[in-house]
Write a protein that binds this ligand. Sequence first.
Ligand code: M6P
Ligand code: ZN
Length: 185
Amino acid sequence: TKLTFPFKVDIDFATGHVTAPAKVLTRRLSDLQGLFMDSAAYEQMLSRENPVLYDVYEIQVPEEAGHLASCTTVIYPGKVGKEYFFTKGHFHTIEETAEIYTCLRGEGYLLMMTRDGRSRAIKMTPGVSAYIPPYWAHRTLNCGGEPFVFYGVWPADAGHDYAAILDKGFKQRVMEVDGKPAVTE
Ligand code: M6P
Ligand code: ZN
């Protein structure tokens, strides 16, 4: 690890915006091809519009062991069919690395699963801080009517591995049932 100077950023809990040095990653509906359960609803929505599902504001540090990367993520409210907008979800390339998500605003779920088929869901509301252990893939979703904002911290060299998610998806889904979010197996 090279010597890095201490720094600070300001996080706006309402918007998730972070003051520089932050890198913005925007994911739209078209970036999540094949991931939502209702593919007809997906295609229909995409034929009309290509909304932003979430923005990630990453606080930039060297991607090296010893550093901690962090970011805010803002998932906008919405659904594809009955399924709430979610992130792609990923394993870490270095699988023995953990992550912490802390909810700043709104209402959502953190879905986690292992390669051998275990799964867990944690309800996220402001002040809830969730621990994602090593080896657990993670996806978040917004099941409320306002932006869902959370702050995540992970080892900077962990990396993102999307292959298994793009191939098999997540075991659990969160759908609207009778006007309320329900976690389905
Ligand atoms: C969280 C972190 C980021 C991740 C982001 C979006 O903020 O885990 O590392 O990039 O969510 O999730 P994804 O990369 O799965 O689209
Ligand atoms: Zn991660």
